[in-house]
Design a protein around this ligand. Structure first.
Ligand code: NDP
Length: 490
């Protein structure tokens, strides 16, 4: 059994209320851990510690190369423990080991990427009129609240923690209350490498108390959030009190467009990968597949055939290709959407059931599901289901594809498959989304900005963009001839 405590001001402590919560394995429903169930008091203690640590300057004023050295050490220790951390991530979140191994490797690379960035040239100088010199420097924002969801528990944490610490901020991190296990390992590593007490704090507990306190507190200068759009809206309101800086990475209903001239096999393969990787619990999932009329029947038939062959099972079984959903509550939400789709008149082409055979009955497994004969105003076409449910739309030409693709409140991601390079670029340029792919789906890089248009969020994570989100910009104007202005005569 694993016991998880909060990490506040360099100490591991239980919730002030002494309450704890059970953490379940989504493949079996079994209890794998007990986690401190923090609330507002715990969040305030962590915010206080982070505030004090920031104001002391012990971290923000440390030489950039020294901060980088800590980040490199964290990366090394994560790498040394990669096997165990992937195993625990699979146990907690449910996704197959091959996915969690990839996530941990990506987390290691992310720490190294931001460690490298801190020591690169920074700032700008301007040629202004003599005798002045103007320059711009970047400084840390201050205390940053980092709130993440359950779909990539470790990786989402690292996408925020690495740039925030690299830039000299102190942090209060809140994992999802469903998946806090690997955060404990990450914070143990942060402790082991000697990051000063109070710089990095973690509080477990519900979003409506712990998360809301982080978003509301006037001692927090910035909140960086990944999760649902409805929660993002609440965070914006809570953050308004002290005009906190906010970065929001929210949901999506991303179109994946297949033209008739695409490489057929590659397009089928990526359409499956786009929706069923992570069992569809991926913000950028290609959850709306748009297929051109002339190949529609053949494409959809092949897709359904292959979707039904996906091996669904526990993540720790090496044969498994798709794991369970993260919780019973979430599985019921996804199954609810499948019922809504049927009631709306869409045709269920395959899947649609909870899988209970072959030892899966205690877990939260849902079949790879496909709906066809959909209409643009159906809820299953418009709302983020966040599960292994693909809705297919048919289009007649390029203009129709672009119109359907953009007919959404979201704007996170999009894919286009065609062997006509000019057409691919024309379409991508017209799509209102922040992350796009041509002839592939899902690859992401620490170097490139991650985030969305429209209701998919504000700001960008990763790359130089993600680093800048954790900095303030200051202009410094220097007088090179120090003498009175003479503006006033007396
Ligand atoms: P939420 O947006 O509810 O949760 C994400 C994080 O925010 C969690 O840590 C959560 O805490 C916290 N939180 C919840 N309410 C507040 C609040 N008022 N103030 C501050 N923090 C808060 O996502 P869910 O996990 O519940 O999933 C709901 C839906 O969101 C999914 O079905 C999916 O559609 C979407 N989603 C999108 C993701 C993305 O990457 N874009 C990722 C995950 C979900 P708690 O521990 O209580 O959950």
């Amino acid at each position: 059994m694993i016991y998880l405590q909060n990490f506040i001001n360099g100490k591991w402590i239980g919730a002030e209320s002494k309450e704890s919560r059970e953490i379940l394995n989504p493949a079996t429903g079994e209890v794998i851990a007990h986690a401190a169930d923090g609330d507002v008091a715990d969040a305030q203690a962590a915010i206080g510690a982070a505030r004090k640590a920031f104001d002391s300057g012990d971290w923000s004023e440390l030489a950039a190369t020294d901060r980088a050295a800590y980040l490199y050490k964290i990366a090394d220790k994560l790498e040394e423990n990669a096997e165990e951390i992937s195993r625990l991530e699979t146990l907690d979140n449910g996704k197959p080991l091959r996915e969690t191994q990839f996530d941990v490797a990506d987390a290691v690379a992310c720490f190294r990427y931001y460690a490298g960035m801190v020591s690169k040239p920074d700032g700008i100088t301007y040629q202004v009129s003599d005798p002045m010199q103007a320059m711009v420097v970047r400084e840390p924002v201050g205390v940053c609240g980092l709130i993440v969801p359950w779909n990539y528990p470790l990786l989402m944490a690292v996408w925020k923690i690495a740039p925030a610490l690299a830039a000299g901020n102190t942090i209060v991190f809140k994992p999802s209350e469903i998946t806090p296990v690997t955060a404990k390992w990450l914070f143990e590593i942060i402790e082991q490498v000697g990051v000063p007490a109070g710089v990095a704090n973690m509080v477990m507990g519900p979003g409506k108390t712990v998360g809301n306190e982080i978003a509301e507190s006037h001692d927090v200068d910035k909140v960086s959030f990944t999760g649902g759009t409805a929660t993002g809206r609440n965070i914006m309101k809570a953050a308004a009190g002290n005009i906190k800086k906010i970065s929001l990475e929210l949901g999506g209903k991303s179109p994946n467009i297949i033209f008739a001239d695409a490489d057929f096999e590659a397009a089928v393969d990526y359409a499956l990968f786009g929706i069923y990787a992570g069992a569809g619990q991926v913000c950028s999932a290609g959850s709306r597949l748009l297929v051109e009329d002339s190949i529609y029947d053949r494409f959809v038939e092949e897709l359904a055939d292959r979707a039904q062959k996906i091996r669904v099972g526990p993540g720790n079984d090496p044969e498994t290709e798709m794991g369970p959903l993260v919780s019973r509550e979430h599985m019921e939400k996804v199954l609810g959407y499948i019922e809504i789709g049927k009631e709306e008149g869409a045709k269920l082409l395959c899947g649609g059931r909870q899988l209970k055979e072959n030892g899966l009955e205690k877990g939260y497994f849902v079949e790879p599901t496909i709906f066809v004969d959909t209409k643009p105003d159906m809820r299953i076409v418009r709302e983020e289901i966040f599960g292994p449910v693909l809705v297919i739309q048919r289009f007649k030409d390029e203009a129709d594809a672009v119109r359907l693709a953009n007919d959404t409140d979201y704007g996170l991601a999009a894919g286009v498959f065609t062997n006509d390079g000019a057409k691919a670029m024309r379409v991508i340029k017209k799509i209102r989304a922040g992350i796009t792919w041509i002839n592939c789906y899902h690859p992401t890089y620490n170097e490139a900005p991650w985030g969305g248009y429209k209701q998919s969020g504000i700001g960008r994570g990763l790359g130089t963009y993600g680093y800048e989100e954790f900095t303030e910009v200051k202009q410094i104007n220097i007088n090179l001839e120090v003498e009175p202005t003479g503006w006033f005569s007396n």
